[in-house]
Design a protein around this ligand. Structure first.
Ligand SMILES: CC(C)(COP(=O)(O)OP(=O)(O)OC[C@H]1O[C@@H](n2cnc3c(N)ncnc32)[C@H](O)[C@@H]1OP(=O)(O)O)[C@@H](O)C(=O)NCCC(=O)NCCS
Length: 154
């Protein structure tokens, strides 16, 4: 498996994973098109011999980077793909000169929180009723940005 830049032709498959992972508040196809066109954006996919299994994206205005999205196809979760995508995003942010990354995660999404904590993110705030269904969000920040590429073939 490789982690490579997302291309426009990946969008239908990425959107399929998006709908499976975020049924209540998934992004539209147009949103992915806009993100790919953004000069401050880095979007990548996990590609297993032509099969897209996950994706992630950041927005960076140095010194701050924002993890916009991260998702792995439900059939392929728990195999280390999310960790590799996050490592690549941290690397992209560093290449753009960022020294911190911030993200929002649902308060009940403990699996994702564990992934982020393992990479060095800490919870710095809670936003009440942040999501359309009334769920709270945790704001997590990683600072400084670690180099997690050691031992990870991204
Ligand atoms: C969160 C998500 C991206 C993780 O990707 P993944 O490929 O399944 O995660 P990995 O296999 O790389 O796991 C890395 C670490 O994350 C943690 N983790 C991930 N999923 C977990 C779960 N369901 N329960 C507990 N810990 C979990 C573990 O610490 C794990 O390390 P370990 O296996 O050594 O214990 C994936 O589950 C997903 O797409 N979920 C739905 C969308 C989502 O919630 N995105 C994040 C939005 S903020």
């Amino acid at each position: 498996m490789t982690v490579r830049p997302m291309r426009w032709w990946d969008i239908p498959r990425v959107h399929h994973i998006e709908q499976a992972c975020f049924p209540q508040d998934c992004w539209s196809v147009d949103q992915f098109w806009r993100e790919l066109a953004g000069q401050t954006r880095d979007y990548v996919v996990a590609d297993d011999d032509g099969a897209v299994l996950g994706y992630a994206g950041i927005s960076t205005i140095s010194p701050d980077s924002d993890l916009q999205t991260l998702a792995v196809d439900p059939h392929n979760q728990g195999a280390g793909i999310g960790r590799r995508l996050l490592a690549r995003m941290l690397g992209c942010a560093r290449e753009r000169g960022a020294t911190s990354m911030i993200l929002e995660v649902r308060a009940d999404n403990t699996g994702a929180q564990k992934l982020y904590a393992g990479a060095g993110f800490e919870t710095i705030a809670t936003r009440s009723r942040y999501y359309p269904d009334g769920s709270d969000a945790l704001i997590m920040r990683c600072r400084p940005l670690p180099d997690l590429t050691d031992g990870v073939t991204a």
